[in-house]
Ligand binder design. Sequence first.
Ligand SMILES: [Zn+2]
Length: 236
Amino acid sequence: MTDLVFRADAYARSCPATVVSADERGIRLDRTVFYAESGGQLGDTGVLRFADGRTMPIANTVKGDGHDDVLHIPAAGAELPAVGAAVTAEIDWDRRHRLMRMHTCLHLLSSIITGDVTGGQVSDGKGRLDFNLPDTSLDKVHITAELNRLIREDHTVQARWITDEELAAKPELVRTMSVKPPMGTGRVRLLEVDGVDLQPCGGTHVARTGEIGTVEVTKIENKGRQNRRVNIAFVG
Ligand SMILES: [Zn+2]
């Protein structure tokens, strides 16, 4: 189990850590700032810095076997570090910040459109959500205007934890059908955009919606009778 620094502080760019294991599947650290690909958000890239000045590029980050198990995937050809080695784990912050901005924007999108979220993806510079919705009259211009209004209003964004029992008593909090909140550890992380959205989420987010910057709905696709895919990108 890895101590997930980003969960309490999404703005942490680096942390000291110790190599716990290293094999063909990836490198495990005792703690990390690297977000592992999940919930539709891409895994982080970055470097591990060693005490002797060497650096190892990390090409991706994925989940391992258990809860909070994170595998750092080195770039092809990299020599694996020794178990016990002290490193500094450092993410590609500019890329991560773009992912945080887009991920937070998708929370705003899910508050604007009624219908259960059945899938989603946060990529570098763009993102999308799929909605279970028979209505084919979604309007790009209107949704774009609503998103940018919520962004300009600069709502605070905060995570807090509730128990499995509290969540079971409030099933309406779960809007994302495809990504069930990770129950079974006794507590669930809720992400709250003040006055706008509240739902379970384990991803990384910006602290205020104003930080997202201007966005636009680039395309609305009808993926089947009930499925509306709304695509978003940053403007400029
Ligand atoms: Zn989220």
